[in-house]
Design a protein. Structure first.
Length: 414
Protein backbone atom coordinates (compact mmCIF):
# COMPACT_ATOMS: atom_id res chain seq x y z
CA UNK A 1 0.00 0.00 0.00
CA UNK A 2 1.49 3.37 -0.97
CA UNK A 3 1.76 6.49 1.15
CA UNK A 4 -1.31 8.20 -0.31
CA UNK A 5 -3.64 5.30 0.42
CA UNK A 6 -2.16 4.70 3.88
CA UNK A 7 -2.50 8.33 4.96
CA UNK A 8 -5.89 8.79 3.29
CA UNK A 9 -7.16 5.77 5.21
CA UNK A 10 -5.89 7.21 8.49
CA UNK A 11 -7.48 10.58 7.68
CA UNK A 12 -10.80 8.93 6.85
CA UNK A 13 -10.79 7.18 10.22
CA UNK A 14 -10.70 10.55 11.98
CA UNK A 15 -13.84 11.98 10.41
CA UNK A 16 -16.29 10.43 12.87
CA UNK A 17 -14.46 11.94 15.84
CA UNK A 18 -14.05 15.28 14.07
CA UNK A 19 -17.80 15.50 13.47
CA UNK A 20 -18.35 15.47 17.25
CA UNK A 21 -15.81 18.16 18.20
CA UNK A 22 -17.28 21.35 19.67
CA UNK A 23 -16.59 24.89 18.53
CA UNK A 24 -14.78 25.62 21.79
CA UNK A 25 -12.51 22.62 21.28
CA UNK A 26 -11.72 23.69 17.72
CA UNK A 27 -10.87 27.22 18.80
CA UNK A 28 -8.70 25.94 21.63
CA UNK A 29 -6.79 23.83 19.11
CA UNK A 30 -6.32 26.81 16.80
CA UNK A 31 -4.96 28.99 19.62
CA UNK A 32 -2.59 26.19 20.55
CA UNK A 33 -1.33 25.96 16.97
CA UNK A 34 -0.83 29.75 16.82
CA UNK A 35 1.20 29.67 20.02
CA UNK A 36 3.29 26.74 18.78
CA UNK A 37 4.13 28.52 15.53
CA UNK A 38 5.41 31.53 17.47
CA UNK A 39 7.40 29.26 19.81
CA UNK A 40 8.96 27.45 16.85
CA UNK A 41 9.69 30.45 14.64
CA UNK A 42 13.44 29.77 14.54
CA UNK A 43 13.10 26.11 13.59
CA UNK A 44 10.50 26.90 10.91
CA UNK A 45 12.74 29.55 9.37
CA UNK A 46 15.70 27.17 9.48
CA UNK A 47 13.71 24.52 7.60
CA UNK A 48 12.56 27.12 5.08
CA UNK A 49 16.16 28.20 4.54
CA UNK A 50 16.95 24.70 3.20
CA UNK A 51 14.19 25.06 0.61
CA UNK A 52 15.39 28.54 -0.36
CA UNK A 53 18.97 27.35 -0.81
CA UNK A 54 17.77 24.50 -3.04
CA UNK A 55 15.60 26.93 -5.03
CA UNK A 56 18.55 29.24 -5.69
CA UNK A 57 20.68 26.27 -6.76
CA UNK A 58 17.96 25.24 -9.23
CA UNK A 59 17.92 28.76 -10.66
CA UNK A 60 14.30 29.57 -9.80
CA UNK A 61 13.21 33.12 -10.55
CA UNK A 62 13.19 35.80 -7.87
CA UNK A 63 9.40 35.76 -7.93
CA UNK A 64 9.25 32.00 -7.39
CA UNK A 65 11.74 32.23 -4.54
CA UNK A 66 9.51 34.88 -2.98
CA UNK A 67 6.58 32.44 -3.07
CA UNK A 68 8.70 29.93 -1.16
CA UNK A 69 9.97 32.37 1.42
CA UNK A 70 8.93 32.43 5.06
CA UNK A 71 9.95 35.35 7.25
CA UNK A 72 9.25 36.24 10.86
CA UNK A 73 6.71 38.78 9.61
CA UNK A 74 4.96 36.24 7.37
CA UNK A 75 4.75 33.75 10.22
CA UNK A 76 3.26 36.49 12.39
CA UNK A 77 0.70 37.17 9.65
CA UNK A 78 -0.20 33.46 9.63
CA UNK A 79 -0.69 33.54 13.38
CA UNK A 80 -2.89 36.65 13.10
CA UNK A 81 -4.94 34.82 10.48
CA UNK A 82 -5.38 31.82 12.78
CA UNK A 83 -6.47 34.00 15.69
CA UNK A 84 -8.98 35.79 13.45
CA UNK A 85 -10.35 32.38 12.47
CA UNK A 86 -11.16 31.61 16.11
CA UNK A 87 -13.37 34.70 16.23
CA UNK A 88 -15.46 33.65 13.24
CA UNK A 89 -18.70 31.74 13.58
CA UNK A 90 -18.40 27.98 13.28
CA UNK A 91 -20.36 27.01 10.14
CA UNK A 92 -20.81 23.41 11.27
CA UNK A 93 -24.26 22.69 12.67
CA UNK A 94 -25.73 25.91 11.25
CA UNK A 95 -29.36 25.47 10.23
CA UNK A 96 -29.75 26.79 6.69
CA UNK A 97 -33.42 25.96 6.28
CA UNK A 98 -36.16 24.62 8.55
CA UNK A 99 -39.66 23.46 7.79
CA UNK A 100 -42.36 21.51 9.62
CA UNK A 101 -44.43 19.66 7.03
CA UNK A 102 -48.23 19.19 7.22
CA UNK A 103 -47.66 15.58 8.29
CA UNK A 104 -45.57 16.73 11.26
CA UNK A 105 -42.12 15.88 9.88
CA UNK A 106 -39.56 18.39 11.17
CA UNK A 107 -36.93 18.96 8.43
CA UNK A 108 -33.71 20.92 8.85
CA UNK A 109 -30.96 21.55 6.33
CA UNK A 110 -27.74 21.61 8.36
CA UNK A 111 -24.13 22.48 7.46
CA UNK A 112 -21.74 19.56 7.99
CA UNK A 113 -18.06 18.85 7.17
CA UNK A 114 -17.05 17.61 3.73
CA UNK A 115 -15.06 14.76 5.30
CA UNK A 116 -11.57 14.23 3.86
CA UNK A 117 -10.10 17.04 1.75
CA UNK A 118 -7.10 16.51 -0.50
CA UNK A 119 -5.17 19.58 -1.60
CA UNK A 120 -2.37 19.64 -4.17
CA UNK A 121 -0.45 22.90 -4.24
CA UNK A 122 2.76 24.50 -5.43
CA UNK A 123 5.58 26.37 -3.71
CA UNK A 124 3.53 28.09 -1.00
CA UNK A 125 4.28 26.95 2.58
CA UNK A 126 1.65 29.38 3.90
CA UNK A 127 -0.97 27.22 2.18
CA UNK A 128 0.02 24.36 4.48
CA UNK A 129 -1.01 26.44 7.48
CA UNK A 130 -4.15 27.91 5.91
CA UNK A 131 -5.44 24.55 4.67
CA UNK A 132 -4.78 22.82 7.99
CA UNK A 133 -6.45 25.41 10.22
CA UNK A 134 -9.46 25.87 7.94
CA UNK A 135 -9.96 22.11 7.97
CA UNK A 136 -9.78 22.01 11.76
CA UNK A 137 -12.35 24.79 12.14
CA UNK A 138 -14.73 22.99 9.75
CA UNK A 139 -14.25 19.51 11.24
CA UNK A 140 -12.53 18.05 8.18
CA UNK A 141 -9.47 15.84 7.86
CA UNK A 142 -6.94 16.91 5.24
CA UNK A 143 -4.27 15.42 3.00
CA UNK A 144 -1.64 18.03 2.16
CA UNK A 145 0.48 17.49 -0.92
CA UNK A 146 2.80 20.44 -1.47
CA UNK A 147 5.55 20.66 -4.05
CA UNK A 148 8.99 19.14 -3.49
CA UNK A 149 10.41 22.67 -3.51
CA UNK A 150 8.85 23.28 -0.08
CA UNK A 151 9.27 19.83 1.45
CA UNK A 152 11.47 20.94 4.38
CA UNK A 153 9.15 23.83 5.23
CA UNK A 154 6.04 21.68 4.98
CA UNK A 155 7.48 18.91 7.13
CA UNK A 156 8.39 21.42 9.81
CA UNK A 157 5.00 23.18 9.70
CA UNK A 158 3.01 19.93 9.87
CA UNK A 159 5.21 18.70 12.70
CA UNK A 160 4.47 21.85 14.69
CA UNK A 161 0.72 21.63 13.96
CA UNK A 162 0.50 17.97 14.92
CA UNK A 163 2.52 18.57 18.06
CA UNK A 164 0.06 21.28 19.03
CA UNK A 165 -2.95 19.06 18.30
CA UNK A 166 -1.57 16.23 20.44
CA UNK A 167 -2.53 18.28 23.53
CA UNK A 168 -6.07 19.06 22.31
CA UNK A 169 -9.33 17.29 21.48
CA UNK A 170 -8.52 17.30 17.75
CA UNK A 171 -6.77 14.11 16.58
CA UNK A 172 -3.35 14.96 15.16
CA UNK A 173 -3.88 12.23 12.55
CA UNK A 174 -6.49 14.52 10.94
CA UNK A 175 -3.58 16.42 9.36
CA UNK A 176 -1.60 14.29 6.92
CA UNK A 177 1.33 15.39 4.74
CA UNK A 178 1.96 13.45 1.54
CA UNK A 179 5.73 13.46 1.01
CA UNK A 180 5.86 11.18 -2.04
CA UNK A 181 7.69 13.00 -4.85
CA UNK A 182 6.66 10.60 -7.63
CA UNK A 183 3.71 12.24 -9.41
CA UNK A 184 2.46 8.93 -10.78
CA UNK A 185 2.09 7.49 -7.28
CA UNK A 186 0.36 10.63 -6.07
CA UNK A 187 -2.37 10.06 -8.67
CA UNK A 188 -4.16 7.87 -6.13
CA UNK A 189 -5.38 11.21 -4.80
CA UNK A 190 -7.35 11.53 -8.03
CA UNK A 191 -9.16 8.21 -7.96
CA UNK A 192 -9.83 7.11 -4.38
CA UNK A 193 -13.39 8.36 -4.05
CA UNK A 194 -13.86 5.90 -1.22
CA UNK A 195 -11.28 7.74 0.89
CA UNK A 196 -11.25 11.34 -0.36
CA UNK A 197 -14.39 13.49 -0.57
CA UNK A 198 -13.06 16.50 -2.46
CA UNK A 199 -9.81 17.49 -4.17
CA UNK A 200 -8.50 21.05 -4.42
CA UNK A 201 -5.67 21.92 -6.85
CA UNK A 202 -3.93 25.21 -6.09
CA UNK A 203 -1.16 26.41 -8.35
CA UNK A 204 -0.43 27.05 -12.01
CA UNK A 205 -2.70 26.35 -14.95
CA UNK A 206 -0.93 23.09 -15.83
CA UNK A 207 -1.45 21.63 -12.36
CA UNK A 208 -5.08 22.69 -12.19
CA UNK A 209 -5.89 21.40 -15.68
CA UNK A 210 -4.23 18.05 -14.91
CA UNK A 211 -6.27 17.54 -11.75
CA UNK A 212 -9.55 18.65 -13.35
CA UNK A 213 -9.03 16.38 -16.38
CA UNK A 214 -7.84 13.28 -14.51
CA UNK A 215 -9.64 13.34 -11.17
CA UNK A 216 -12.51 10.96 -10.41
CA UNK A 217 -12.82 12.69 -7.02
CA UNK A 218 -15.01 15.85 -7.06
CA UNK A 219 -12.80 18.90 -7.62
CA UNK A 220 -13.10 22.36 -6.10
CA UNK A 221 -11.34 24.16 -8.93
CA UNK A 222 -9.08 27.09 -8.15
CA UNK A 223 -7.88 29.17 -11.06
CA UNK A 224 -4.74 30.70 -12.42
CA UNK A 225 -4.75 34.46 -12.10
CA UNK A 226 -4.47 36.24 -15.42
CA UNK A 227 -5.97 39.37 -13.85
CA UNK A 228 -6.70 42.65 -15.65
CA UNK A 229 -7.22 46.28 -14.78
CA UNK A 230 -9.22 48.34 -17.26
CA UNK A 231 -8.42 52.07 -17.23
CA UNK A 232 -11.55 53.79 -18.46
CA UNK A 233 -11.54 57.04 -20.43
CA UNK A 234 -12.87 58.81 -17.31
CA UNK A 235 -10.35 57.30 -14.86
CA UNK A 236 -8.77 59.60 -12.29
CA UNK A 237 -4.98 59.60 -12.75
CA UNK A 238 -4.42 60.03 -9.00
CA UNK A 239 -6.21 56.71 -8.49
CA UNK A 240 -4.79 54.90 -11.51
CA UNK A 241 -1.08 55.29 -10.78
CA UNK A 242 -1.02 53.88 -7.23
CA UNK A 243 -3.65 51.20 -7.91
CA UNK A 244 -1.96 49.77 -11.01
CA UNK A 245 1.47 49.97 -9.37
CA UNK A 246 0.19 48.17 -6.28
CA UNK A 247 -1.63 45.49 -8.26
CA UNK A 248 1.52 44.71 -10.27
CA UNK A 249 4.39 45.27 -7.85
CA UNK A 250 3.24 44.78 -4.25
CA UNK A 251 3.76 41.02 -4.63
CA UNK A 252 3.98 40.04 -8.30
CA UNK A 253 4.37 36.30 -7.67
CA UNK A 254 0.81 35.74 -6.44
CA UNK A 255 -2.35 34.87 -8.36
CA UNK A 256 -4.21 38.13 -7.67
CA UNK A 257 -1.45 40.34 -9.09
CA UNK A 258 -2.38 42.24 -12.26
CA UNK A 259 -0.90 40.78 -15.46
CA UNK A 260 -2.48 43.02 -18.11
CA UNK A 261 -3.61 46.62 -18.03
CA UNK A 262 -6.24 47.48 -20.65
CA UNK A 263 -6.28 51.21 -21.41
CA UNK A 264 -8.82 53.36 -23.20
CA UNK A 265 -7.02 55.13 -26.04
CA UNK A 266 -8.15 58.60 -24.94
CA UNK A 267 -6.78 58.09 -21.43
CA UNK A 268 -3.59 56.63 -22.89
CA UNK A 269 -3.09 59.67 -25.09
CA UNK A 270 -3.28 61.96 -22.04
CA UNK A 271 -1.59 59.95 -19.29
CA UNK A 272 0.02 56.67 -20.42
CA UNK A 273 3.54 58.12 -20.35
CA UNK A 274 3.12 59.02 -16.66
CA UNK A 275 1.91 55.48 -15.88
CA UNK A 276 4.88 54.02 -17.75
CA UNK A 277 7.26 56.26 -15.82
CA UNK A 278 5.73 55.21 -12.49
CA UNK A 279 5.88 51.50 -13.33
CA UNK A 280 9.46 51.75 -14.57
CA UNK A 281 10.42 53.30 -11.24
CA UNK A 282 9.33 49.95 -9.81
CA UNK A 283 11.35 48.02 -12.42
CA UNK A 284 8.31 46.74 -14.34
CA UNK A 285 8.99 45.46 -17.86
CA UNK A 286 6.15 46.58 -20.16
CA UNK A 287 5.01 44.70 -23.28
CA UNK A 288 2.25 46.20 -25.40
CA UNK A 289 0.34 46.10 -28.64
CA UNK A 290 1.40 48.26 -31.58
CA UNK A 291 -0.69 51.22 -30.41
CA UNK A 292 0.83 51.10 -26.92
CA UNK A 293 4.34 51.01 -28.41
CA UNK A 294 3.41 53.96 -30.59
CA UNK A 295 2.23 55.92 -27.55
CA UNK A 296 5.44 55.21 -25.60
CA UNK A 297 8.63 53.64 -26.99
CA UNK A 298 9.60 52.41 -23.51
CA UNK A 299 7.00 49.68 -24.05
CA UNK A 300 8.35 46.63 -25.90
CA UNK A 301 6.21 44.87 -28.53
CA UNK A 302 4.05 42.07 -27.13
CA UNK A 303 3.39 38.78 -28.88
CA UNK A 304 0.06 36.96 -28.90
CA UNK A 305 1.03 34.65 -26.03
CA UNK A 306 1.56 37.59 -23.69
CA UNK A 307 -2.18 38.26 -23.42
CA UNK A 308 -2.79 34.82 -21.87
CA UNK A 309 0.38 34.61 -19.76
CA UNK A 310 0.36 34.66 -15.97
CA UNK A 311 3.77 36.31 -15.65
CA UNK A 312 4.04 36.06 -11.84
CA UNK A 313 6.89 38.54 -12.14
CA UNK A 314 7.57 42.23 -12.81
CA UNK A 315 6.24 42.05 -16.36
CA UNK A 316 2.99 43.74 -17.41
CA UNK A 317 1.14 43.60 -20.73
CA UNK A 318 -0.49 46.79 -22.06
CA UNK A 319 -3.51 46.67 -24.38
CA UNK A 320 -5.02 49.82 -25.90
CA UNK A 321 -8.75 49.77 -26.75
CA UNK A 322 -11.19 52.26 -28.29
CA UNK A 323 -14.11 51.48 -25.96
CA UNK A 324 -15.18 49.74 -22.77
CA UNK A 325 -16.92 47.10 -24.88
CA UNK A 326 -13.60 46.19 -26.51
CA UNK A 327 -11.98 46.08 -23.07
CA UNK A 328 -14.59 43.63 -21.84
CA UNK A 329 -14.15 41.55 -25.02
CA UNK A 330 -10.40 41.31 -24.37
CA UNK A 331 -10.86 40.35 -20.71
CA UNK A 332 -13.45 37.71 -21.56
CA UNK A 333 -11.14 36.22 -24.19
CA UNK A 334 -7.98 36.07 -22.12
CA UNK A 335 -9.08 36.26 -18.47
CA UNK A 336 -9.16 33.28 -16.14
CA UNK A 337 -12.31 34.32 -14.23
CA UNK A 338 -10.21 35.26 -11.20
CA UNK A 339 -10.13 39.02 -10.47
CA UNK A 340 -10.80 41.98 -12.76
CA UNK A 341 -10.89 45.70 -11.96
CA UNK A 342 -12.19 48.87 -13.60
CA UNK A 343 -10.77 52.29 -12.76
CA UNK A 344 -13.48 54.75 -13.75
CA UNK A 345 -15.43 57.83 -12.70
CA UNK A 346 -18.30 57.01 -15.06
CA UNK A 347 -21.17 55.27 -13.21
CA UNK A 348 -22.64 53.76 -16.37
CA UNK A 349 -19.35 52.27 -17.52
CA UNK A 350 -18.63 50.99 -14.04
CA UNK A 351 -21.99 49.25 -13.84
CA UNK A 352 -21.55 47.77 -17.32
CA UNK A 353 -18.15 46.36 -16.39
CA UNK A 354 -19.20 44.94 -13.01
CA UNK A 355 -22.29 43.29 -14.50
CA UNK A 356 -20.71 42.02 -17.72
CA UNK A 357 -17.31 40.66 -16.71
CA UNK A 358 -17.41 36.98 -15.79
CA UNK A 359 -15.00 36.59 -12.87
CA UNK A 360 -15.08 35.41 -9.27
CA UNK A 361 -14.32 38.94 -8.06
CA UNK A 362 -14.76 42.30 -9.80
CA UNK A 363 -13.52 45.64 -8.50
CA UNK A 364 -14.18 49.32 -9.00
CA UNK A 365 -11.32 51.73 -8.26
CA UNK A 366 -9.33 49.19 -6.26
CA UNK A 367 -6.37 46.84 -6.64
CA UNK A 368 -6.93 43.19 -7.53
CA UNK A 369 -4.57 42.29 -4.67
CA UNK A 370 -7.51 42.22 -2.26
CA UNK A 371 -8.88 38.91 -3.57
CA UNK A 372 -7.78 37.06 -0.49
CA UNK A 373 -9.49 35.24 2.36
CA UNK A 374 -7.82 37.31 5.07
CA UNK A 375 -8.63 40.60 3.32
CA UNK A 376 -12.27 39.53 2.93
CA UNK A 377 -12.47 38.75 6.65
CA UNK A 378 -12.52 34.95 6.24
CA UNK A 379 -9.49 34.43 8.50
CA UNK A 380 -7.72 32.36 5.86
CA UNK A 381 -8.41 30.80 2.50
CA UNK A 382 -7.84 27.43 0.93
CA UNK A 383 -7.76 28.92 -2.57
CA UNK A 384 -9.59 31.19 -5.00
CA UNK A 385 -12.33 29.29 -6.81
CA UNK A 386 -12.99 30.36 -10.40
CA UNK A 387 -15.71 27.79 -11.03
CA UNK A 388 -19.42 28.41 -10.53
CA UNK A 389 -20.64 25.41 -8.55
CA UNK A 390 -20.59 25.17 -4.73
CA UNK A 391 -18.01 27.90 -4.11
CA UNK A 392 -16.60 30.90 -5.98
CA UNK A 393 -13.97 33.48 -5.09
CA UNK A 394 -11.85 33.24 -1.92
CA UNK A 395 -12.78 29.96 -0.24
CA UNK A 396 -13.02 30.18 3.52
CA UNK A 397 -14.99 28.19 6.06
CA UNK A 398 -18.31 27.98 4.19
CA UNK A 399 -16.62 26.50 1.11
CA UNK A 400 -15.38 23.53 3.15
CA UNK A 401 -18.85 22.45 4.22
CA UNK A 402 -21.68 20.56 2.64
CA UNK A 403 -25.23 19.96 3.87
CA UNK A 404 -27.28 17.21 5.42
CA UNK A 405 -31.05 17.07 5.85
CA UNK A 406 -32.00 16.08 9.39
CA UNK A 407 -35.60 14.86 9.71
CA UNK A 408 -37.45 14.24 13.00
CA UNK A 409 -40.74 12.35 13.08
CA UNK A 410 -43.20 10.70 15.44
CA UNK A 411 -43.74 7.46 13.60
CA UNK A 412 -44.88 8.90 10.26
CA UNK A 413 -45.19 6.46 7.37
CA UNK A 414 -45.92 7.10 3.71
Amino acid sequence: MNEVITKATIAKQQTRQLAQVTTAQKNEALHTIANKIIENTDSLLAANKKDLEAAVEKGLTKAMVDRLTLTKERLEDMVASIRLLTNLDDPIGRIQWHSVRPNGLDIKKVSVPLGVIGIIYEARPNVTVDAAVLSIKTGNAILLRGSTSTIHSNRAIVSVIRSALSTTSIPEEAIQLIEEANREKVKDLYIRKDLIDVLIPRGGKKLIDTVVEQSQVPVLETGAGNCHIYIDESANKTIVLPVVTNAKTQRPSVCNACETVVVHENWAERHLSELVEELQRHHVHLKGDSQAVEFDNRIDPADEDDWSTEFLDLTLAVKIVPSIEKAIDHIQQFGTKHSESILSEHPGNTELFLNSVDASTVYHNASTRFTDGFEFGFGAEIGISTQKLHARGPMGLEALTTTKYVVHGQGQIK
